[in-house]
Every structure is written in C-alpha cells, then in structure tokens.
Design a protein around this ligand. Sequence first.
Ligand code: PMP
Length: 443
Amino acid sequence: MTLSTTGSQALFDRAREVIPGGVNSPVRAFRGVGGVPRFIASAEGAWLTDVDGNRYVDLVCSWGPMILGHAHPEVLEAVRSAAAHGFSFGTPSENEVALAEEIVARVEPVEQVRLVSSGTEATMSALRLARGATGRSVVVKFAGCYHGHVDALLAQAGSGVATFALPDSAGVPASAAGETIVLPYNDLAAVEELFAARGSEIAAVITEASPGNMGVVPPAPGFTQGLRSITAAHGALLISDEVMTGFRASRSGWYGHETGPAGAHPGGYEGGAPDLFTFGKVMGGGFPAAAFGGRADLMAHLAPDGPVYQAGTLSGNPVATAAGLATLRGCTEELYPRLEGTARAIADAASAALTAEGVAHTVQWAGSMFSIFFRDGAVTSFADAQAQDTAAYGRFFHAMLEAGVHLPPSAFEVWFVSDAIDEDALETIRAALPAAARAAAAG
Ligand code: PMP
C-alpha cells in the first residue's frame, strides 16, 4: 500500500461512531472488497479527489447519474442559477414541468410522469399504482434484480443485497414478502407456469429493463417480449425499471436501445411497450430526483385525481430538477456512441490484461453499461453471476484503486463511464491494468 489513506481512515472511524457501518448506503463500506472506503473531497470531470489528495479516475459515477462527468459546467450553472432563486417551494414550479416534458418526449409510451426523490420511491409508488389499478396484490420480480429497498422487492435482490450474499432483508414482514414471487431471470417457462397457476392474482411483473445490479445481464432474445405478452394475456401490468438504464442505454433508455456495441443483443421492446416505467439516476444529474410514469389512463389512478395516494415534500425540487434537466439536455444522440466507444476501450484493455494473466472473465454489455464477471462463460441469471471469483475481483479492485482508478467496490455492479473520460484518464486506466490483472491471478 503506497497511497496514504490517513484522512479517509480517520473520517471512517468518526463515521462508524455515528452512522451504522460508517456509510449511508451499504455497498460504500467496501465490505465486498475489504479496506477503507475513500472519503471524497471533490470531483471534477472524470476524476475524484479524496481527503488525502489522492486522485482516481471514476468508474462508478455515483452509481450512474454522473454521465456527463462531475461538476459539468452547464449543469453547475443550472444548479447555481436555480439555487439562487430558492431551494424548495412546496408549490409547483416550471422546472418540474420541463423535466416531465423532457422525459415524456424521450420515452414514447410514457404519457405522464410523477416526480419523486429516489429510485426506491419510484418503484414503490409504481407497485402501489399497479396494485391500485388492478385490484390485485401479488407482484413478480426476478432474482438478482434490484429495485431499491422497497419491502416487497428486497427478496433475492441484486446490488448490496447480492454483495453481502443476503437472501433478503430482516425487518420485512412475512405479509409483504408473501405477496412477492421471485423467479429466475431469463426463464420465460417459469413465468408461464406461474401465470398459468396464479395469473388472476398477479398485479404486476417488475423487471430491470436490462439488469445491472447483478452485473450486466441483458434480457435473452424474446424474454421481455414474452413478459409483455404473458402479462397482457392475464390482465397484469408490466413495470420496466429503468432507474439505471434510463437515459444511459440510449437517449430514451433501454426502451430506445437497439443493439449493443457488438450488435450482440436485442434491446427495445419488440413485443410492445411496458405499462409503467421507473427512472432515476441520470435524470437527477447527481441530485435526488426520480420518476415513475406510463399511460395517462393508468397515471389517472394517482391522487389528487384518483384513489392511489403518493406524495413528497421535496418531490420536483427546483434545484434537483434543474440539474436533471441540464443533464438530460447534455444527453444528445451523439453522446451515446461516444460513451460506448469509451466503454469499449476500457473493457477491451481490461479483458486483454486479464487474458494475459490467465484470469477467467466474461464481459457483458447493455449500451455503454458493462461489467466484468470473474468467471468463464455467459452469465444469464443471478445464479450464474454468483458463481464468480469475488476474491479475485477484490484483489483486482484494490490494485486498480492503488493505481488511481476507482472501480465499483463489488463484483456485482456495472462499470459506469462518463463523457469526461479523456485520453489522460484512459491512459491511467491502461497503465493500472497489468498489475491489477497480476493481483487477480495471484489467488
Ligand atoms: N432500481 C434500479 C434498477 C436501481 O439500479 C436502483 C439503484 N441502484 C434503484 C431502483 C433504487 O434507486 P435509489 O438508490 O435511488 O433508491
């Protein structure tokens, strides 16, 4: 260990006194990889600077939102200007309308959205709406998909739940978990079988549009189409969770995504549009803003027009919506091929370094989202994702960190790229890889 982490260590010690585990979101604690999480003092463009003055190329991007890079000048200006006009009004304001219009214009089946403050709130509210609109209570989710820490959706979830190898969470009442059925991802036969037995009880199937919380596991050809036709045949709703893929897989999210960089997997929804969508991350530009939306006839079930209650003191916050709007305006058609090119350069270099050291690995893609599983062979389900060498990933992660590259501190997460990654940042990544691959191999 050559980098000084004295400042981060001291803050982590202080944090653990007053914050459980020292962090406000579990994966940040580095439990999946060991060691001291870096306390970041500032971030600009592609780089994070920690409290000890170490600089890292950021391949986490706040877990997705920072698609344009940190402190992007146009977003910063929008935030400054909004903040100068006040922080929160508790009454409607124009930016909320503009952000809703921007989302509706980008994702064709979405006629209306309700703005909320986190992805968790978005999926929780979409579920309530689905249950309210159908009058049914059972919800189907897939193993390895993470939809936030909603009681009913924590069973066999990805992200931190996967990192800590938890089957689900304590504190979720049996009554909430009992209404959730978990099926293996990409297994249409299991969905068909369930609907044949219990179709009339099922309010909704919720799925990540293209899962990223068990690592990147895109839907197999025909899977999403099958979900659409089965749910429609049984009067259940299909909820596409685009919190991660929204405005990242393409300017319209996974919905508008045609093929990956290798042309290897189908995107979009060839079988017809989902009923409801959830969004977050990119649409908040690094601020707390998220949304759920869909057809106007469904959204009409929400209060104040309908009986499904949903609300928020800070929903549609004027500063958050300004940041989100400025970020989405930077998410042009031209951005995505650029991001995919950057992602491809990083993944190719990482794969070559791992191959040179004989480290088993598989790279999987969804637009510019990719992850590297430390195992051989295609990963199509959570069970496949779990069968990887997480210890090798931990060694790889730490060697990269030591050389100035901040990867996600878990083998089950996406490597997020930003538009700010330039040749200098790429060179830092390339230079870090050979030693990291050697560390991974040295198990
Ligand atoms: N859905 C998906 C697909 C996500 O990736 C996440 C967050 N990683 C969420 C929901 C929850 O969002 P938040 O953390 O903003 O509550």
